[in-house]
Design a protein around this ligand. Structure first.
Ligand SMILES: [Zn+2]
Length: 313
């Protein structure tokens, strides 16, 4: 290296470039940062990536024909199998540190389970999180609550809507579930047994604020009581909307497109259309679990007839 460096120095000097241009090479990092920060009034919002999951959207999306799906994806330079983001959102209100969803957890494949790593990279420690808000109880949202049988966020109280909690925690539902759905019920019940033993679960009904400026917004259809969270500070609003959209390129232009995981497709469509219309008229920000990380902007022309400005934190 040394003789080569000396040669470079001579060459650079000959062209009149400063010596700094030949400083020791710094190793390239190569990976993308998995956190993205934005202020919302007095609150600080940090999007945390859990990683991505390859999802064959032409097979998973329903109520829109596969050719249209493939065409809309191609218009965004996407193949039918989309590397789909999984995001969690950390809200620092100045008093509370609130995590909305927790990603898959490390039991899942190596492409996911990165929320906690990215929380650390974003400058926080898991024990600083005092509140966790669950949008719903699917594995890519609650899986990160427990790690190796222990609470991954030991000082956090976990809030879940009552109806969502009852649906997944009911032993009858586990017993009656189709064989392929049993593991999903079993995992919820295993994880929440650990949380309940530590007295860390709080369920809620209604839409009273859970913390100053943070209010649940029932957004059913994807699961029985899928819940979005409205976050307002100094008149600025963000809606962490969970799984309202899985395939932005298709569901933004055609909101009636559902995904096979939606438990009530009619209701899921209704909720999506309502929230799209609200976001358009109020102009608030949107934080979506499966919008592309960090998903700063959604193409305004994609939503039919809407004059909206939606963003993902
Ligand atoms: Zn999800």
């Amino acid at each position: 290296m040394k003789p080569l460096k000396a040669a470079c120095l001579i060459a650079m000097t000959a062209f009149g470039l400063p010596d700094v241009a030949v400083a020791e090479a710094t190793t390239q990092v190569k990976t993308q940062p998995g956190h993205y920060r934005q202020l919302l009034g007095q609150y600080e919002i940090t999007a945390l990536s859990d990683g991505t999951n390859a999802m064959p959207m032409d097979k998973l999306l329903t109520r829109t024909d596969p050719n249209t799906i493939r065409q809309l994806l191609a218009e965004k330079s996407l193949t039918p199998t989309v590397e789909t983001s999984i995001n969690a959102f950390l809200v620092n209100t100045g008093k509370n540190l609130v995590l909305i969803d927790t990603g898959n957890g490390t039991q899942a494949n190596s492409n996911v389970g990165k929320v906690q790593k990215n929380l650390l990279a974003a400058g926080y420690r898991p024990e600083q999180v005092d509140t966790i808000l669950m949008t719903h109880l699917h594995g890519d949202h609650f899986g990160g609550l427990v790690q190796n049988g222990k609470l991954a966020y030991p000082n956090a109280t976990v809030y879940v809507s009552q109806k969502e909690y009852d649906f997944w925690l009911d032993p009858q539902h586990l017993a009656q579930a189709a064989p392929e759905r049993k593991p999903a019920f079993q995992r919820v019940q295993d994880v929440f047994k650990i949380l309940a033993a530590a007295n860390k679960v709080k369920t809620f009904t209604g839409d009273a604020a859970l913390l100053p400026g943070i209010t649940p917004v029932f957004a059913p259809g994807h699961t029985p009581e899928h819940t979005a969270y409205s976050i307002v500070s100094d008149g600025h609003k963000l809606l962490a909307w969970g799984d309202i959209v899985h395939a932005e390129a298709v569901q933004m232009p055609i909101p009636e497109t559902t995904i096979s995981f939606d438990s009530d497709m009619d209701q899921a469509t209704k909720t999506r259309e309502t929230l799209f219309a609200q976001a358009a008229s109020e102009g608030y920000l949107v934080a979506g679990t499966h919008l592309p990380f960090p998903g700063k902007e959604i193409d305004q022309r994609q939503h039919r007839g809407a004059n909206h400005r939606e963003h993902q934190a």
